[in-house]
Design a protein around this ligand. Structure first.
Ligand SMILES: C[S@@+](CC[C@H](N)C(=O)[O-])C[C@H]1O[C@@H](n2cnc3c(N)ncnc32)[C@H](O)[C@@H]1O
Length: 236
């Protein structure tokens, strides 16, 4: 199948029923993503810390380069969607300083408890933990300078709902950064990442459909398995 046909297919799927109520061939995949996205009852948060904050994970080893690529400024308001263990939340809190604010959003309350504990231990008073929904990040409208989504987009069970709510939360002129695992054209999905649905072209099409303008793909030192995409919400 040609690349353009694949992209069209993914946008059509996106528009016609990737929500939890949808019934299409990807439903089975969605269920496994949800299961993988949140820690299971019997999985200790410490185990997640070991999985997410380990040198063999490039989003961990390249974290300083990723933060530098964002160009955050003192006073910025940033949303970390699918914040997980707070790896990036804490780095952002340092970068924006006391006049800025980081909204650490996740659908798993145990991650938010962990982030609150880590914020307190590190003395950061500029972090707000937000419990989102599967279809809405539940953030204030037109409030974010930057929204950051790393290793999380492919977990969304309702991508259209979530991305519409991200669009509402961004200030006009604000940036959306999306980092996710790259699926190269023709590449077989590795069995340990079977939840990865499509590569960057499908993701770009879906996000443009929401109303964002694709700005650029940035090369970041240390990121090889992941792409780093920047989108903007147009000024009014
Ligand atoms: C692989 S972790 C990535 C954590 C963090 N972004 C990082 O890169 O270290 C994926 C996270 O997405 C969260 N998640 C899954 N579905 C979500 C949704 N619909 N809205 C917000 N967060 C979600 C999970 O609970 C989990 O914390």
């Amino acid at each position: 199948m040609k690349n353009s046909t694949l992209i069209l297919l993914s946008v059509v799927v996106f528009m016609t029923g990737c929500s939890p109520s949808g019934s299409n061939g990807e439903r089975t995949q969605d269920v496994s993503q949800e299961a993988e996205a949140a820690p299971q009852e019997d999985v200790n948060i410490d185990v997640w810390l070991e999985r997410m904050e380990v040198g063999s994970r490039e989003l961990y080893s390249a974290r300083d380069a990723v933060v530098a690529a964002l160009g955050l400024e003192e006073g910025d308001v940033v949303a970390d969607i699918g914040a997980g263990t707070g790896l990036y939340t804490l780095l952002f809190a340092e970068a924006v300083g006391g006049t800025g604010r980081i909204y650490a959003e996740d659908i798993e309350p145990r991650f938010l408890d962990l982030i609150n504990r880590r914020a307190e231990d590190s003395g950061f008073g500029n972090i707000t933990a937000v419990l989102g929904r599967e279809d809405d990040v539940t953030l204030p409208d037109n409030a974010m300078d930057l929204v950051f989504i790393a290793d999380t987009y492919h977990y969304f069970s309702d991508r259209e709902g979530v991305m519409k709510s991200v669009y509402r939360a961004l200030k006009p002129g604000g940036s959306l950064i999306l980092i996710d695992y790259d699926l190269k054209p023709g590449e077989e999905r590795p069995s340990e990442k079977s939840h990865v649905r499509f590569g960057r072209a499908g993701v770009i099409s879906e996000i443009e459909y929401i109303g964002f303008a694709f700005a650029e793909e940035q090369a970041v030192a240390g990121l090889e398995e992941n792409y780093f995409l920047r989108f903007v919400k147009a000024d009014d």
